[in-house]
Design a protein around this ligand. Structure first.
Ligand code: Z5A
Length: 212
């Protein structure tokens, strides 16, 4: 790839509740695509390695308290600080597999009671994903997987609300996958969607902006 003018990498996002299998599937997809010879990277949000990411991490670990709007804006800023790098990678032909993105931002904050449109505001103008893989799992079933850790938001009742709020964000770029199936079956479905998506980006699908 990379020899046609408008050829680019694909922006592929994995979304879903805590324990839905995003990290596992993104690792599997990464090695599959590497084996196929694609230029590909695996990213995740929050990116805890930046200064903003450290503030988010401390909040999630309950080591600091922040107003709901403040933490919402920090999650968003954490995506904005990676936007130009993201665009550069995509334009140079690298496909990005991104574990959580703006949909997590809006679903989690609106599940706390913030207005959905207000939540979308700071996400507008970020790069729009070419494909969103939503790993769909009943919150009860996700909770059974290894149990929740001690982070904020890792509570069944709250995850139920988040699931409802995710549903409101579903658009044409979403594929909903049954994530309660065995890992191999989930992976097989994801591979097909991903390969199709990469092909359309290679032939020059333009990059677009989110929610504008
Ligand atoms: N958050 C936010 O509020 N606003 C934002 O803008 C963003 C995030 C970006 C931290 O995210 C929190 O930040 C998150 C949302 C909020 N809070 N919650 N909840 P994070 O990314 O750091 O944490 P996470 O996404 O919740 O990660 P996770 O716990 O690692 O979940 P996962 O990646 O989806 O699952 P996994 O690690 O691949 O799998 C979990 C376990 O299930 C593991 O033992 C697997 O072996 C097992 N598993 C996976 N798939 C299967 C299948 N198919 N069958 C059986 N068992 C399986």
């Amino acid at each position: 790839n990379g020899n046609r003018d408008n050829s680019r990498g694909a922006l592929i996002v994995l979304e879903g509740l805590d324990r839905s299998g995003k990290t596992s599937q993104s690792t599997r997809l990464l090695s599959y695509l590497e084996q196929q010879g694609f230029s590909v990277e695996s990213w995740r949000f929050p990116d805890r390695s930046t200064c903003v990411g450290e503030m988010i991490s401390s909040y999630l670990a309950n080591k600091s308290q922040l107003d709901d709007r403040t933490i919402h804006l920090l999650f968003s800023a954490n995506r904005w600080e990676k936007r130009s790098l993201m665009e550069m990678k995509l334009r140079s032909g690298t496909t990005l597999l991104v574990d959580r993105y703006s949909y997590s931002g809006v679903a989690f904050s609106s599940a706390k009671g913030l207005d959905v449109e207000w939540c979308k505001g700071p996400e507008m103008g970020l790069l729009a994903p070419d494909l969103v893989l939503y790993l769909n799992i009943p919150p009860e079933k996700a909770a059974e997987r290894g149990g929740y850790g001690g982070e904020r938001y890792e509570q069944l009742e709250f995850q139920r609300k988040v699931a409802q709020h995710y549903k409101m964000l579903c658009d044409a770029t979403w594929k909903i996958i049954d994530a309660s199936l065995p890992m191999e079956d989930v992976e097989k479905q994801l591979r097909e969607f991903v390969m199709d998506c990469i092909a359309t980006c290679q032939i020059g699908k333009p990059l677009s902006q989110l929610w504008l």
